[in-house]
Design a binder for this molecule. Structure first.
Ligand code: HXC
Length: 513
């Protein structure tokens, strides 16, 4: 065997060992997989090809010249998931805590460049103590090189970030600029400044978990789109998410074969309650309309008065945005508007058709909402729908009141087909509120004001608490029965498969951020 061959084998063996057995054992004690185990689990068997296995850092300060680890704390390469090409990097916490050096950053950048050149998704498995402290500004520069690429490739290839350990300081901004973030419960956290700095600056006592754990970001900040019980669950969710998404912005969605039958769904006829004040679970409508068990919800516990997620309709991948009457009666507020706007924009980037289910009594009133910018955030959703050129179909199941009617993918802002169930109520506001305003004098001077209000309410409801006025004007294309809705939607999306829209020539719009 030649010397070089021996050297190669020795170096490869060292690279596979990462930071050594003790550190690997520590990683396992924390119930975390190693970088290599994660990649192995994520990718199709034997599909991983590593790039940069023999890279080492170039730091000579603080005795670092004696601390050489092949791969330098990040495993990078490509492989396949369900037979489709992906590029992946996995930070190796066993080597300098997965910290990011100049060369570690170069490896990630190389993978990002290859991913965009070859039109394949980029998956980052993050588990890092942040900037390599021994390297100073070189490592900060490395972060910025990654951030810059995150932005350049945004909208060209899907970018997914898994947080599977620490992710702190400026490091959080790479995941924040990718399309989806998924955090592992209990073993991961994300924050700009940690508990110690928080204590010093604000005198607050807070644990890492409370400050930036998976639950915090899934419910309070909305920073993470998904959470996972453990590493394996996290990697499984990445695979499922990718199954709905095209490889890049020029591809169509990855559809699966489906044989059409009659497609009537009679269980949908019994969902809308007798009174419009009684809530119902919009998820029942979603599952009635979509292929069995195909709904993959995003941001489940954040802004839950709106549902967003992917599903399949006759085997085709679509994005769903739906008001949820079970939470805050399905109103639009700051969080739900932001959440839905981001989702709509993702689907529009990647040619994923949108189905919008509407049951919305308006925007949430109050100082909290106004002072937190409901005007700006509601505008985000309006803007996102208005600029989306993917196939867009709306189904109004019940209320479509006020400005929220316009915002929720109305015909006026470019939806392709707008359907309504006979239970739809399309009006400026609910019958009671409307009657109190427009019949105020008549009601206050009546012998029995309460009775008069009821009478006027019924009169208003008779006129507007239905879809027919909107249908007469063509704002609704067709009033359809719940049981035939799946069939109608399948046909509607089929006609839109080759939709083309030419936008006005511009650098980019100015979405209200
Ligand atoms: C170099 C690091 C490191 C770092 C950890 N290590 N972080 N080495 N640079 N940033 C090393 C440790 O020295 C240790 O080496 C090994 O990784 C494992 O770390 P432990 O502390 O033993 O692990 P644990 O107890 O799990 O704690 C993990 C941790 C802690 C919370 C991440 O290591 C930590 O606080 N690290 C420093 C974090 C930090 O301040 N980073 C810089 C942030 S500023 P040995 O040899 O003992 O195994 C930043 C700016 C980015 O990132 C700006 C971008 C724009």
């Amino acid at each position: 065997m030649s010397d070089n061959l021996k050297k190669l084998e020795a170096r490869q063996a060292l690279a596979l060992l990462g930071g050594g057995e003790k550190r690997i054992a520590k990683q396992h004690e924390k119930k975390k997989l190693t970088a290599r185990e994660r990649i192995q689990y994520l990718l199709d068997e034997n599909s991983f090809e590593e790039i940069g296995m023999l890279v080492t850092h170039r730091c000579t300060d603080f005795g670092m010249e004696d601390e050489i680890y092949f791969g330098d704390g990040v495993v990078t390469g490509h492989g396949t998931i369900h037979g489709r090409l992906v590029y992946v990097y996995a930070q190796d916490f066993t080597v300098f805590g997965g910290s990011l050096s100049e060369t570690h950053a170069e490896k990630i950048c190389k993978i990002m460049d290859l991913a965009v050149q070859n039109g394949a998704p980029l998956i980052g498995l993050n588990d890092s103590g942040g900037a390599r402290i021994q390297e100073g500004v070189k490592s900060l520069g490395g972060y910025a090189d990654i951030f810059y690429r995150n932005v350049q490739v945004s909208g060209v290839i899907p970018q997914l970030s898994a947080i599977m350990g620490p992710c702190a300081g400026g490091a959080v901004y790479s995941p924040a600029m990718t399309d989806f973030t998924i955090m592992v419960e209990k073993t991961s956290y994300m924050f700009v400044t940690g508990p110690n700095v928080v204590k010093t600056v604000t005198n607050e006592d807070v644990s890492s978990e409370d400050l930036g754990g998976a639950q915090t970001h899934a419910t309070k900040s909305g920073v993470t789109h998904l959470t996972a019980l453990n590493d394996v669950d996290c990697l499984e969710k990445i695979k499922t998410l990718l199954s709905f998404i095209p490889q890049n912005n020029r591809e169509k969605t990855p559809d699966i074969a489906y044989n059409l039958s009659d497609e009537y769904r009679y269980e949908l006829d019994n969902i809308i309650p007798g009174s419009s004040n009684i809530p119902y679970d919009m998820k029942r409508v979603v599952s009635g309309l979509m292929d069995a068990d195909s709904f993959f919800e995003i941001h489940e516990n954040y802004g839950d008065n709106i549902l967003v997620g992917f599903a399949r309709l006759a085997g085709k991948s679509i994005g769903i945005v739906a008001n949820q009457p079970m939470s805050l009666a399905g109103v639009l507020d700051v969080n739900s508007s932001k959440k839905a706007a981001r989702f709509v924009r993702f689907c529009d980037c990647f040619n994923i058709p949108l189905l919008v289910l509407v049951d919305v009594p308006g925007f949430l009133p109050g100082t909290d909402q106004e002072w937190n910018g409901i005007i700006l955030h509601g505008a985000k959703l309006l803007y996102a729908f208005s600029e989306a050129t993917v196939p867009r179909v709306t189904l109004i199941t019940r209320k479509a009141y006020g400005g929220a009617y316009d915002v929720m993918n109305s015909k006026h802002i470019g939806a392709d087909y707008n359907f309504a169930w006979p239970t739809a109520e399309i009006a400026v506001m609910g019958a009671k509120g409307a009657s109190e305003i427009i019949f105020r004098n008549e009601i206050s001077t009546a012998d029995n004001p309460a009775e008069k209000l009821q009478e006027k309410e019924a009169e208003y409801a008779e006129k507007f608490a239905n879809p027919f006025r909107a249908a007469r004007r063509g704002f609704i294309d067709e009033v359809i029965l719940p049981n035939e809705s799946r069939r109608k939607l399948i046909k509607a999306f089929k006609t839109l498969e080759n939709k083309r829209v030419h936008r006005l020539d511009k650098k980019h719009g100015n979405i209200p951020l």
